[in-house]
Each structure stands twice: as structure tokens, then as C-alpha cells.
Write a protein that binds this ligand. Structure first.
Ligand code: PLP
Length: 361
């Protein structure tokens, strides 16, 4: 058996020690007499898993006490619909800064509930940059400003937190959470689907400044209500126990590896390796994103000659490098290099790219 280096954008590669631990606990979790996914979410064993996952996440991300953490089903897209329901009055304006596919999705999901207003967009430019903060135009009385911290498909990442004054900043961190130290206190809400950097798909993390939970929001069922979810300790209904358990293992692994400061350094080195391979290829490979806002997590690139796309993918696979096909929205290639991707994997890809160019250039 050999595991390839897996550059999938999500669901994405998981740390091997996490998979091994899950494997070893598959038939029986500690002395529970059953696996963690076969027992009640309200029993002491799972409650221990759930609370230690939250404790580890709070430690990893330095989440201040005045922020609540919710673990819910439904993925990031669901949070994009729940945010206007929870934090804005019906028809109230909400500002969206659209810097790629996921910003556009967030705008669409909020559409039925609020007066969405595009404060800035780089769509006309093909999402290759982030509009300068000075050009953003906010709606009067906006409930919040929404940004996508890292655009997973277009490969565009905010490199600094924009100042939006007193209006709560809401950020989709699905593909860059825990990739570097972050001042959570600058945000009203941070949300992330787990399947990029936190574990397997099926659970989302939402970090909410507690005072925002007191906002009235809109009529909504309990299950869509962040306040009720918090009161119910994210267990209003059966939570995705397997995913919660795996998230806990993944977060603990990140702490054991040295935490977000360590990953920030690794991620800087990993992405620099790939961008150099692209930029030094004399146009054989190209990445079109403004270098100032290139993503450290997702590196999209195109080959000069599209006819080489297929051979590139099949030769990469033979070399043990999988899931490099770009998203169908933009085509080309994409290497997703989240925390669980080892530096050796990125080095192997950069070496392969140079070798492929020598043979086909
Ligand atoms: C993957 C992704 C989403 C969508 O996540 P789902 O869990 O599939 O709903 C949203 N935003 C970003 C930035 C993503 O990377």
C-alpha cells in the first residue's frame, strides 16, 4: 500500500497520525466497549471527545472567552444562509466583498433574507486581486460586512484583516483557518467547513462574538438559531459525532506539531516553493493572481499549452501526486496545500513540474 501526495481541495488530505489513531480506535474507543460512532452523543465518552475538541480548538486559535464556538452540520454553505438569519433584520442591508467563487456563493445564500449589497468585487478582473480597502463602498446601516478570507478556487487570500469600523466583520475561513496566527478579536463571526484544514467533511465550526448572539435577527427555527445551538451545546439534535471526533484529533495534531505559528512558517515555505516553480518556468506554467494576494493554501496554475493538461495529470498520478485538476469553474490545475500536506509533498510536486517542463517544454 502506498499513499500518494493528495492535493485535493476538499475533502482534503488528513495527517497520517490522525488516520492511524482513528484506525486504532475504530473497533473500540478507549474502554467504551464500542467505537466512538456507535455510542450516544450524550454519554460521558462522547462528551469528553466533544469538550476536549473545543478546548483544543480554543487553544490552537487563541479564541478569547467572549467568543462562543459552535459545531454544526451543514457545511460552510449552510452558515452562509444562517448568518443573515441570525445577525440581520429582514431586508436590512448587508455588505459583501466578493473576491471569488465562494464570496459569490455567500452573496447568493444571503439573498433571500437580507438586502445584499456588494461593497467591492473583483469579478470584472476575473478575481485576480482584492479591491483596495479605500475603494469599498458600504451600505448605510449594514448588519455586517462579509469577506472570504481565502478563495479556494481562485487562489486569492486576504493578507491583512480589513478595518471595517464598528460593523461586525464576518469571514469565511473554510480553507485557511489555523494556517497562521489570527487576531480573532477583529472579527464578529468566523466560520469554516472542516474538510479543508480541520478534518473530514460533515461538520462546521462557527466562532461568534457572544454579544452578537443577543441580536434579534429574523424568525428562524431553533435548529437554525446560533443562540439555541449554543444553549444546547451544539447538540440540539444528534451531532456528527465521527466528524467531531476526527476534528478533535486533527486539532490536537496541529497543537502537537507546534501550533499555528509553526504552520504559518511551513505554509509560507510550501507556497513559495510552488510559486517559484511557476514563476521561474518562463511562462510554461502561469498563475494569474496578483502576487500580493496569492493564496498560501490553494495554488491554481495553467499550462501554456492546454493540450498538455492531460499528460500532466496522468504523469503526476504515476509519480504519486494526485488530485491536481483545477476546479471546473476556472480549469487548469490546482494544488491545495493545507496544513496536513507535508513539505516533502510540495517539494515532490515542484520537482515533478520542473521535470515535466524539461520533457515537454
Ligand atoms: C469549500 C468551501 C465552501 C463550501 O463548503 P461546504 O462545506 O461544501 O458548504 C465555502 N467557502 C469556502 C471558502 C470553501 O473553501
Amino acid at each position: 500500500m502506498s499513499r500518494a501526495y493528495n492535493f485535493s481541495a476538499g475533502p482534503a488530505t488528513l495527517p497520517e497520525p490522525v488516520l492511524r489513531q482513528a484506525q486504532s480506535e475504530m473497533l473500540e474507543w478507549r474502554d467504551a466497549g464500542a467505537s466512538i460512532v456507535e455510542i450516544s452523543h450524550r454519554g460521558p465518552e462522547f462528551l469528553e471527545v466533544a469538550t476536549s475538541a473545543e478546548r483544543a480548538l480554543r487553544a490552537l486559535l487563541s479564541i478569547p472567552d467572549d467568543y462562543a464556538v459552535l459545531f454544526t452540520q451543514g457545511g460552510a454553505t449552510t452558515q452562509q444562509a444562517l448568518i443573515p438569519l441570525n445577525f440581520a433584520q429582514p431586508g436590512q442591508p448587508a455588505d459583501y466583498v466578493v473576491t471569488g467563487h465562494w464570496g459569490k456563493t455567500a452573496l447568493k445564500q444571503a439573498g433571500p433574507y437580507v438586502a445584499t449589497h456588494v461593497a467591492a468585487s473583483s469579478e470584472a478582473d476575473g478575481y485576480r486581486n482584492i479591491p483596495a480597502r479605500s475603494t469599498w463602498q458600504f451600505a448605510a446601516d449594514a448588519a455586517y460586512v462579509h469577506i472570504t478570507a481565502n478563495e479556494t478556487i481562485h487562489g486569492v487570500e486576504f493578507r491583512e484583516i480589513p478595518d471595517v469600523g464598528d460593523v461586525p466583520l464576518v469571514a469565511d475561513f473554510s480553507s485557511s483557518i489555523a494556517s497562521e496566527p489570527l487576531d480573532i478579536g477583529k472579527f464578529g463571526v468566523i466560520y469554516a467547513g472542516a474538510q479543508k484544514n480541520l478534518g473530514p467533511v460533515g461538520i462546521s465550526v462557527t466562532i461568534v462574538r457572544r454579544d452578537l448572539l443577543e441580536r434579534a435577527g429574523q424568525p428562524r427555527a431553533d435548529i437554525f438559531d446560533y443562540r439555541s445551538q449554543l444553549k444546547g451545546e451544539s447538540m440540539l439534535n444528534t451531532p456528527p459525532t465521527w466528524n467531531w471526533y476526527m476534528l478533535g484529533l486533527t486539532v490536537q495534531w496541529m497543537l502537537d506539531e507546534g501550533g499555528v505559528a509553526e504552520f504559518a512558517q511551513r505554509n509560507a515555505r510550501k507556497s513559495a516553493l510552488l510559486y517559484s516553480a511557476i514563476d521561474e518556468s518562463g511562462g510554461f506554467y502561469r498563475n494569474e493572481v496578483d502576487p500580493a494576494v496569492r493564496s498560501r493554501m490553494n495554488v491554481p496554475f495553467f499550462l501554456k499549452d492546454e493540450a498538455l493538461d492531460k499528460p500532466f495529470l496522468s504523469e503526476a498520478k504515476d509519480a504519486g501526486l494526485i488530485a491536481l485538476k483545477g476546479h471546473r469553474v476556472i480549469g487548469g490545475m490546482r494544488a491545495s496545500i493545507y496544513n496536513a500536506m507535508p513539505e516533502a509533498g510540495v517539494q515532490a510536486l515542484a520537482d515533478f513540474m520542473r521535470d515535466f517542463m524539461r520533457r515537454h517544454g
